[in-house]
Design a protein around this ligand. Structure first.
Ligand SMILES: N[C@@H](CCC(=O)N[C@@H](CS)C(=O)NCC(=O)O)C(=O)O
Length: 240
């Protein structure tokens, strides 16, 4: 890794794409600074350097800016051997497709969590259940997605399991109850040291606060639990 360059990650505290990058940075022991911004109130300096106005971005040195979580993850992986990404062009292409898949899963999971419309909430839930099957299939006879070793594609699914864990500890709901391999894999992934240190300590608090303050379906169907810790009867996520 080129030590001449300072790395500054610009992130938002509960952004799942930022969490992916942070996890890789922790796993690879990369030294970096972090600047948090609010996405609803983006600073001028940020809008000048982020092409799509989105986080994460990685500032390398004083002026090189990388955007897109998958691109930043691959760059960090490349400069800090041993690589977690395969060398074979086809295997690499397959993994990149899975990065895209993980981004869609995470986008839909966040829409589900923060949904304020009942119909959309149910639609997102069904979409997620349908697509979890793919990951369950990729894990057949394997510890990790690419075999018995951790690879970059595993780290791209980290925010999925962190968010599901947060829901599980907040509400007695297990969205993975019908996905045995995915459940075991998720437990293993969330116990990795880089996952524990790869997110802001107040992630759960901020997520719960957002779920409440945005008056989401999740909150409306279980206000007692969110306010007083009274457990709902049955599984809230599956109550239409
Ligand atoms: N494809 C992008 C997605 C990044 C993204 O959607 N970031 C959100 C925060 S979680 C954002 O910055 N939203 C603000 C906006 O787009 O205005 C990536 O993988 O980095």
């Amino acid at each position: 890794m080129d030590k001449r360059f300072k790395h500054t990650l610009v992130a938002h505290k509960i952004c799942p794409y930022c969490m992916k990058v942070l996890t890789v940075m922790r796993h690879k022991n990369v030294k970096f600074e972090i600047k948090f911004i609010e996405t609803h109130n983006k600073p001028e300096w940020f809008l000048r350097i982020s092409p799509l106005g989105s986080v994460p971005i990685l500032i390398i040195g004083e002026e090189i800016v990388l955007s897109e979580s998958a691109v930043i993850m691959e760059y960090i992986d490349e400069i800090t051997p041993p690589k977690l990404m395969p060398d074979d062009p086809l295997e690499k292409a397959i993994d990149r497709a899975k990065f895209e898949f993980s981004n869609e899963i995470i986008r839909n999971l966040y829409s589900f969590i923060f949904s304020t419309e009942q119909e959309k909430f149910v639609r997102q839930k069904e979409w997620l259940m349908k697509h979890f099957k793919w990951i369950e299939e990729w894990l057949k006879d394997k510890k990790y997605i690419n075999g018995n070793e951790l690879s970059l594609v595993d780290l791209s699914f980290v925010p999925l399991f962190v968010a599901l864990n947060m829901l599980k500890s907040t509400l007695p709901c297990d969205m993975l109850k019908d996905f045995k391999r995915l459940k075991m894999y998720g437990e293993m992934i969330t116990s990795l040291p880089c996952v524990k240190t790869g997110r802001v300590p107040d992630y759960e608090f901020l997520m719960i606060d957002g779920i409440k303050s945005q008056n989401t379906v999740l909150y409306r169907s279980n206000p007692c639990y969110f306010n007083n810790g009274v457990k709902p009867q049955g599984c809230c996520l599956f109550r239409n």
